[in-house]
Design a protein around this ligand. Structure first.
Ligand code: C2E
Ligand code: MG
Ligand code: MG
Ligand code: MG
Length: 289
């Protein structure tokens, strides 16, 4: 049988694969119902200044509360949604929530939303973004959109055109998971982006491995030279954070060291606290008069 070909060639069929296939099909069917049933929700992970003094913005991350299976993460269902042609539907949902919620966060600069390659190929994206900003009266400068570098590989001219149209409307574009794709650093300069989110893979081990630290330093210096704002993703420990501060590696830090993803009411509370802390007593007094 195909199972024991033994020389590393691909196994063609096994009963377990059939079960996996059936499970995926049934999950896909469930996904079609999930939005109508209000089973998708959005949580937000703060991005802080590296010294922790200020939460500047946060990233919208989608979650699926499956009625039988519990929480399912986006790494599972976004690829499924892409295969099913449902991803722009999810993007619209997340954009709507994120813009609505951000209006209530007085102390935050912006909310950041992830896009898929399918969104960038969709002719309606630019119009939809304008419409959702309008619907919630959110200033375009308060919306950031994240795209992975692999998005530029397919049709760089088309994709750059879409991103430039979004930027022209005032929206900020960030490259997500930077360093995990295949684009060379020299290519960076030609991309229409403002923010670079450096992947967790470049942060893990910087405290133990001096070569990792040098690698991160190189990426940071180069992208700074190109005028990019730098976000470090996946910062988990105090030790990592101390090094990042010492070397001034980041404009913003996103990771468990500051906060896990939380819901909009918690972001609103943190944001309001921040605003009231910033107003010194004398300013408050003047405001009252
Ligand atoms: P991402 O955009 O790179 O988002 C960051 C991911 O890293 C999130 O996982 C977040 O929970 C996780 N993370 C943050 N800080 C830490 C840390 O310190 N340590 C570790 N180990 N992980 C950390 P999440 O929410 O499971 O999302 C996974 C990916 O799914 C996202 O990666 C993004 O590519 C995609 N995704 C999430 N929401 C959406 C969405 O609304 N639309 C699209 N198209 N993709 C989405
Ligand atoms: Mg992201
Ligand atoms: Mg990321
Ligand atoms: Mg990531």
């Amino acid at each position: 049988d195909a199972k024991s070909s033994g020389n590393g060639t691909l196994t063609l069929f096994r009963p377990e694969m059939d079960e996996l296939y059936v499970a995926e099909q049934s999950l896909m069917a469930d996904l079609r119902l999930a939005i109508d049933n209000h089973d998708l929700m959005v949580v937000y992970q703060p991005m802080y200044r590296p010294d922790g003094s200020h939460m500047e913005c946060c990233e919208a991350l989608v979650r699926w509360a499956h009625p039988e299976r519990g929480w399912i993460g986006p790494n599972i269902f976004i690829p499924m949604a892409e295969k099913m042609g449902l991803v722009s539907w999810i993007t619209r949902f997340v954009l709507d929530r994120a813009c609505r919620d951000c209006v209530a966060w007085s102390g935050l600069t912006a909310v950041s939303v992830n896009l898929s390659i399918a969104d960038l190929r969709n002719d309606d994206l630019v119009a939809y973004v304008a419409e959702v900003l309008e619907r919630h009266s959110l200033q375009p400068t308060r919306l950031h959109l994240e795209v992975t570098e692999s998005c530029f590989m397919d049709e760089p001219v088309v994709i750059s055109g879409v991103l430039n149209a979004l930027r022209a409307s005032g929206v900020t574009i960030a490259i997500d998971d930077f360093g995990t794709g295949f684009s060379s650093l020299s290519y960076l300069d030609s991309l229409p982006v403002d923010v670079l989110k450096i992947d967790r893979a470049f942060v893990t081990n910087i405290t133990e491995d001096s070569r990792k630290l040098k690698l991160l330093n190189g990426i940071v210096q180069l992208s700074r030279g190109l005028g990019m704002k730098i976000v470090l993703e996946g910062v988990e420990t105090r030790e990592q954070l101390a090094l990042i501060n010492q070397h001034q590696f980041a404009d913003l830090v996103q990771g468990y060291v500051f906060s896990r993803p939380i819901d909009t009411s918690e972001i609103a509370r943190l944001s309001a606290d921040q605003v009231s802390r910033k107003l010194s007593p004398s300013v408050r007094r003047r405001r009252k008069e």
